[in-house]
Design a protein around this ligand. Structure first.
Ligand SMILES: [Zn+2]
Length: 362
């Protein structure tokens, strides 16, 4: 009797395994993910060594040249296919009144996306901050330091202002890549090898209505640009998204790297693009101070006209979609331990202030 029962259970185990192997695999992988998130959060150096410089570097070397072969965005197509598949399975399961199965499939789908995100790119959020890697102190500048940085940025932007003509994208792409090699070897930053040519979404409205200038697709390692970017915006946005490709996940750090890269370029229009972006953040940070309006007067009127042109590009897309996506992105960044959430973009000012102080940049 005892033997028969034990024989039955040994036969049942493989059946159970075969039937539920996908679910068992997903649960196991999710537990591994949770373990790694805890480990990397406590020991960022491990995230740097094991994930960014080893696993991610290897993945980027293989995945980014593969996705670069496709002139369209694989990420975007995958989103549409996933939505269609999800709807199809939901309707089918509801028709057959298999509500439990519908819920399990939905949960499984979400688990696959989360797992893919973290293993393909997301663990980069847990790397040590850039100021530790480059050995300088970044802290929110006091009002005097903020004013001095604002003035410095105005002067640098004023000196480089020019009418920026439309870019030949592959020339711009090559120039930015060249500047990346130069900056990364000078600063001894990990050279993540990959190919990130810019792509435009099939439906430009996706980025327009979410007020997004560019986006790095972590699932296939693709750089996307908003098709309606003005020439003055394009070099900096491209360099920013390529920094994400090189494993710099936090927005302030991607902007800081992009700034160093654009300023390394011999092309002054690329330099102007970087100062133009930084000036936007400096303005935002200095706005609450009493002498903001008088300092603003020092900005060349042509630069103010460039800001107005960018504003008229985006203002028509302001609305509930933009608001929703901003709030969603804020929650996403906070969930990935980015201090300040969406406000992290403007923290590039702190990094620049700290970098200038450490390197005595006048
Ligand atoms: Zn970004």
């Amino acid at each position: 009797m005892t033997n028969r029962r034990s024989n039955d259970s040994t036969r049942e185990f493989p059946v159970f395994w075969r039937r539920h192997r996908l679910m068992i695999g997903l649960v196991t992988a999710t537990l591994v993910l949770c373990g790694l998130l805890t480990l990397f959060s406590r020991f960022p150096q491990l995230a740097e060594k094991l994930y960014t410089r080893f696993f991610y570097a290897g993945l980027a070397r293989v995945l980014s040249p593969l996705s670069a072969q496709f002139p369209f965005s694989l990420s975007e197509v995958a989103i549409y296919v996933a939505i269609l598949l999800l709807l199809f399975r939901l309707v089918l399961n509801f028709k057959r009144r298999r509500f439990g199965k519908a819920a399990l499939e939905l949960l499984g789908g979400v688990a696959v996306i989360v797992l893919w995100f973290y293993f393909a790119w997301g663990f980069n959020y847990l790397r040590p901050p850039i100021e530790q890697q480059l050995d300088f102190a970044a802290a929110a500048p006091d009002s005097a330091a903020l004013r001095e940085n604002f003035l410095w940025c105005i002067n640098e932007a004023n000196r480089r202002w020019q009418v920026v003509a439309s870019w030949d994208l592959s020339t711009l792409d090559n120039e930015i890549e060249k500047d990346y090699s130069s900056v990364f070897s000078t600063l001894n930053l990990p050279a993540i090898a990959g190919r990130w040519p810019p792509k435009f979404p099939l439906f430009p409205g996706l980025l327009d209505y979410t007020l997004t200038s560019g986006i790095f697709g972590p699932f296939f390692h693709e750089v996307h640009l908003n098709a309606h970017l003005l020439p003055v915006e394009m070099p900096f946005v491209l360099a920013h998204e390529k920094a994400h490709g090189r494993g710099f996940a936090r927005e302030s750090e991607a902007s800081f790297i992009a700034l160093l890269v654009c300023l390394r370029s011999p092309n002054t229009a690329i330099q102007y693009s970087a100062y133009f972006s930084l000036l936007g953040h400096c303005k935002q940070r200095y706005r609450p101070y009493a002498d903001y309006d008088s300092l603003k007067q020092i900005i060349r009127p042509e630069i103010t006209a460039d800001f107005a042109a960018v504003w008229s590009r985006v203002e028509k897309y302001m609305g509930p979609v933009a608001e929703f996506s901003h709030k969603g992105y804020d929650v996403y960044l906070r969930a990935n331990q980015v201090e300040g959430g969406a406000a992290n973009y403007a923290d590039v000012v702190d990094l620049v202030a700290g970098w200038r102080k450490a390197h005595k940049i006048e």
